[in-house]
Ligand binder design. Sequence first.
Ligand SMILES: [Zn+2]
Length: 59
Amino acid sequence: MPQHAPTARICRDCDGFATVAITTGTRHPDGTRATLRVACPTCRGTGYTTPVAVARAGR
Ligand SMILES: [Zn+2]
């Protein structure tokens, strides 16, 4: 096992961009675009993943 254990890893699913704004194509009455903010399901919007090794390192 490598000794360097980062406390937080960048989520490899979203590459750190946990929340993505998606344009729906519609516009608000004031002219701005209506966007949906979708959080990454893997890291749940945090952008980081919890290393599994930490959870079971208590030996
Ligand atoms: Zn993610």
